[in-house]
Design a protein around this ligand. Sequence first.
Ligand code: UDP
Length: 321
Amino acid sequence: MRVLIAGCAGFIGYHFTERCVDEGLEVVGVDNLATGQNANVEHLHRHEQFAFAQQSITQPLKSEGPLAGRFDWVCNFACPASPVDFKSKRLDILEVCSRGTWNLLELARRQNARFLQTSTSEVYGDPKEHPQKETYWGHVNPIGPRSCYDEGKRFAEALTVAYRDELGVETRIVRIFNTYGPRMRSDDGRALPNFINQALDNQPITIHGDGKQTRSFCFVSDLVEGIIRLVRSDVRDPVNIGNPVEVTIGQIAREVVELAGSRSEIVFVERPTDDPQVRRPDITRAQTLLKWKPIVERRDGLALTIEWFRQARASDRAARG
Ligand code: UDP
């Protein structure tokens, strides 16, 4: 089995690549390292069955070097995905979701490969249905500050089902909800990396708004298990993968402070526009069709993540001398 994984240097792409390699699959990772981390690629290079091609998926994928030969699966994890990127990389995000996804789908069609599109809970926008089922169409502002990502991912889903229905490509779509764990990008502006860094520095924890908005955080190993099951299954409709345990942002901030043994206080700052108020996956489809549900408790996952940040920061400091 040979697998192409676009976005292998990103947080989730990295963990999915590790899992595939651990299962004995041969993996070619593709990443332009715009938001992916070189350290992740270096870590993957310790596996013999891993090869790397540094390029953007917005350029055609030429059948040369590591990209020569046929792939059984083409998996698309490539896309800047953090709120910081929504400010400075709007056009890049739209191009990756459109032209980039198109290039990968074309490759999958030519090679008769199975195609995986990683979509997102952001396709539901600021949802009016709660929890979110896959049948919900969403509530998205097409011209808002998050629209590059939300609409980009919605377009990518439309493109994927068009290739499925018109051109007969075997496609899978996973809608990923908030995920956390080791190797999250430290400076990507998301709640957990921010809170963990602030707690470890004993600096104020910056809660946007009153902290009553909710999210449902899934540990990355649970997510990867769900995605692997989906790719291997015959489920061709989108599937939510996420942890249905919902928590307020205020609550998770307090948990991080406690687990990090921090003296940080909590401060309330301005809330970004169009920030979704609630988010929780309905995972009935994954439970029924994939026999999947998350197993990592939040406290355990948070403790592991905090410890990883602590060690990564110590190695960074040592490297800087
Ligand atoms: N958030 C926060 N403080 C921060 C970063 C984020 O209160 O320093 C809030 C953010 O406004 C949102 C929630 O935490 O309501 C989750 O944000 P994140 O960026 O992690 O994920 P997303 O909004 O994409 O679900």
